[in-house]
Design a protein around this ligand. Structure first.
Ligand SMILES: *Cc1c(COP(=O)(O)O)cnc(C)c1O
Length: 407
């Protein structure tokens, strides 16, 4: 049955190409883990996780055990990192689906060790059989263990434990600042923590650090060097860039604030392709006389005889209400390759466009909310700026009722 026309087109080929390009950017310094949390940033896990694997991803990153179980069904051979950790009672399911949890709290280790023992996971002398990535808080104060109090956690990997320290992880929380001072101090703390881990007799294979901004800022060689100093291999966890968007650097790579733009960032600007386009259709077109009120509370009044197009998408589909003019914005959507301003309040399910200046608009015409049409483009950054938010939120807010279609 045809559905209401509000949908999201996903170019799985663009995602595959983006992963291949990013992997070449990281090579030979770092392995990439493809972040597909939150339904692949709203792009559809079902479409994007297998596409990342086709592009060469061996590792996928999800938030939770439940997202990991969904990813496991799609990608039987991938290594799946659960970056948000396990919650009480989830250890057994995580184990059964061969997920790799990030852990940093004592109760994470209790949960995982008791699930592993219940499943009779081999404990060996050292190491055990259940891989864990230990997160260290290097300054973000969000999640991760205190680098000065690692002893009791490291003891959880001792002889007879079913748990194995496979990775050490941290999150660079200011990798999008071209100056990079915070990142430098985080890496110095990480270096010290790694020294303590090996001094305590523990060794991990992976040093799991950094996001899209870290990769594009050219951190891969430095991470590889840090990892090699501790007998480890570097892993970077890009999300946004996989979906074809380049994070903004603030301050930017412009002298005198910072050095010139790194080559990795310049190359990415040329190589990455957007994966998502969000579309709808014109439902009806009407002509109204000057003075006509439009939308809730008549916040827009026609200034002249106008032609108005009704679009089958509203804030219930994820369009930010702050984009409407009554809230101070002047945002446009694309119809017939031209920009048609939103007039009146955005409703839950509908939006009205001024198409007075665009000849021939008719019911059934495609409307682009995000993406390209006739050489004009609306990006997630355009939505984010108008809605006072970030592209990550623009993507994850696109409602589930807008079906995701592979193109
Ligand atoms: C979401 C997330 C990422 C990816 O961040 P991007 O900025 O989208 O590349 C990496 N690591 C962790 C821990 C995350 O939560």
């Amino acid at each position: 049955m045809p559905t209401r026309p509000c949908w999201v087109e996903i170019s799985t080929r663009a995602l595959e190409g983006n992963f291949r390009f990013l992997a070449s950017l990281a090579a030979p310094h770092a392995e990439l883990l493809a972040i597909v949390k939150a339904n692949a940033y709203g792009h559809s896990l079902a479409l994007c996780a297998p596409a990342a694997v086709r592009g060469g991803a061996r590792w996928l990153g999800v938030t939770s055990v439940e997202e990991g179980i969904a990813a496991r069904e799609l990608c039987p051979d991938a290594q799946i990192l659960v970056i948000g950790g396990v919650f009480p009672g989830q250890g057994a399911a995580g184990l059964a689906h061969r997920l790799t949890p990030v852990a940093w709290e004592a109760w994470h280790f209790d949960e995982l060790a008791s699930a592993a023992r219940a499943a009779k996971a081999p404990s060996g002398p050292i190491p055990g059989s259940v891989p864990i990535h230990l997160e260290i808080d290097t300054g973000m104060s969000r999640q991760g263990a205190d680098p000065n109090a690692l002893g009791p956690l490291l003891a959880r990997f001792g002889p007879g434990s079913p748990l194995r320290l496979e990775g050490v992880m941290t999150h660079l929380f200011a990798a999008d600042e071209a100056g990079g001072e915070i990142t430098q101090s985080q890496l110095a703390l990480l270096d010290q923590a790694l020294g303590r881990i090996s001094a305590a007799g523990h060794f991990a294979e992976w040093l799991n650090v950094g996001n899209s901004a870290a990769l594009l800022a050219g951190q891969a060689p430095a991470l590889a060097e840090l990892a090699a100093r501790h007998g480890m291999k570097a892993m970077i966890r890009p999300g946004l860039v996989l979906y074809g968007l380049i994070p903004e650097f603030t301050p930017d790579f412009k002298p005198p604030v910072a050095a010139a733009e790194p080559a990795s960032l310049t190359r990415a600007r040329a190589a990455l392709a957007p994966v998502l386009a969000w579309k709808s259709q014109v439902v009806t077109v009407r002509s109204v006389p000057a003075g006509t009120l439009v939308g809730y509370n008549g916040t827009f009044v026609a200034t002249e005889p106008m032609r108005l197009a009704l679009v089958a998408a509203g804030y219930g589909d994820g369009l930010d209400r702050k984009l409407d003019r009554s809230l101070g914005n002047r945002f446009s959507l694309l119809v017939r390759g031209e920009r048609a301003p939103i007039v009146g309040r955005i409703s839950m399910d509908q939006t009205v466009l001024d198409v007075t200046e665009i000849p021939g608009v008719a019911p059934g015409d495609e409307v682009v909310l995000l993406g390209e049409q006739g050489g004009e483009t609306i990006t997630a950054f355009d939505h984010a700026r108008a809605g006072a938010t970030i592209p990550w939120e623009v993507f994850t807010r696109i409602a589930a009722r807008a079906s995701r279609i592979a193109v």
